[in-house]
Design a protein around this ligand. Structure first.
Ligand SMILES: *[C@@H]1O[C@H](CO)[C@@H](O)[C@H](O)[C@H]1NC(C)=O
Ligand SMILES: *[C@@H]1O[C@H](CO)[C@@H](O)[C@H](O)[C@H]1NC(C)=O
Length: 332
């Protein structure tokens, strides 16, 4: 007799409880009229202040890019390695294009670990959120931060930053933003900046079709089918469906062009992530388009595992990113 595969991973009790509460808050903060109750969301989404203390191993500073749309980023600089040139990682947090910000405590930890362990200068972009700001607002914000880094000498800019080795990274919706900003960057002439990799951590892709993993895991914590459909609806222009090419990248409405300059990428998937089939199709699409892509699968991982340093896969991910960065840097 064969057993049905389990529908949720084996997790420590405390973490399971936290995920349950987080899922409840994400679910309840959405109103039936399509707006978001941001005050309610603040119950769980606590904010971390920037910290410039020299005894911290990573210094953080908030840099304003455009006050008219509150576009700023949080700069993470490791203080342990001053001599060597550090690559730059432009980071986009997850949250379905709708939730969290560049100062959400939930994403501080992964940005700090990336900055310290790679090591790298990490720039977490505070892009505008849906449904107040729909497609293409976050893509424009990400691209504008890239241009800002290319041309501006701002206060706090570390002298050992190497903009010739720039990576775009993001988790979930942030992974989708990283992909789309890479396409925009591919047709732009930068003066110093060179984009050499895209890091997609469980990137948010989809389509009208329901894949096997979506059907099997449709009630997954954090990202049920119901909530992912709602996010797309909040993000896309009114009247669009999930075969829009920013959702279903290589789907029926793909224009066949990815840009000659689309860099190598690494994509992380989890065995309990409903999106895993879309993420694998995305990798296949990149390969078919002649691009270099590495797929890393963690069988016991759920959507959002990287936020929890107590999970071993969260550390393995940092190691894989480090290898990827070294490989891409060596190829320059
Ligand atoms: C949606 O509902 C909330 C709370 O019930 C209300 O404050 C808000 O004005 C509504 N927005 C729209 C666009 O209908
Ligand atoms: C986080 O960012 C928002 C603006 O985007 C700001 O209003 C808030 O004060 C910030 N919180 C902290 C603790 O820095």
């Amino acid at each position: 007799m064969t057993q049905n595969p389990p529908s949720s991973p084996d997790l420590p009790c405390k973490l399971r409880f936290y995920l349950f509460i987080l899922s409840f808050v994400l679910h309840t903060a959405r109103r039936s009229n399509g707006t978001v109750n941001r005050r309610f969301m603040k119950l769980l989404d606590s904010e971390a202040s920037p910290s410039n203390k020299p005894n911290n191993r990573v210094k953080t500073t908030d840099i304003m890019v455009d006050p008219s749309r509150n576009l700023w980023f949080r700069l993470y600089v490791p203080t342990t390695t001053q001599a060597t040139k550090l690559p730059v990682i432009l980071y986009f947090h997850g949250g379905g294009f709708v939730f969290f910000s560049a100062n959400s405590s939930l994403f501080e930890d992964i940005c700090k670990r990336l900055a310290l362990k790679l090591p790298a200068v990490v720039i977490s972009v505070n892009y505008r959120l849906a449904p107040e700001h729909r497609y293409p607002s976050p893509f424009e914000d990400g691209f504008d931060v890239l241009k800002f880094l290319d041309t501006t000498n701002f206060e706090g800019l570390p002298s050992n930053i190497d903009v010739g080795r720039c990576f775009l990274a993001g988790d979930s919706a942030g992974g989708n933003i990283a992909h789309n900003v890479a396409i925009m960057a591919g047709v732009h002439e930068f003066s110093k900046m060179k984009l050499i990799g895209v890091i997609g951590i469980q990137p948010f892709f989809g389509g009208e079709e329901r894949t096997e993993s979506e059907t099997r895991l449709k009630k997954a914590l954090i990202l049920s089918s119901e909530i992912s459909d709602w996010y797309w609806k909040a993000f896309l222009p009114a009247g669009s469906d999930r075969d829009h090419p920013v959702v279903n990248v290589f789907g029926p409405r793909w224009n066949g062009i990815l840009g000659v300059n689309f860099p190598a990428s690494i994509v992380f998937t989890g065995g309990f992530d409903p999106l895993q089939d879309w993420q694998k199709r995305y990798c296949d699409g990149l390969k078919k388009a002649g691009k270099q892509v590495y797929l890393v699968e963690y069988p016991n991982s759920f959507h959002g595992f990287y936020c929890f340093p107590q999970l071993k896969e969260s550390s393995l991910l940092i190691e894989e990113v480090k290898d990827f960065i070294e490989k891409q840097s060596a190829a320059q």
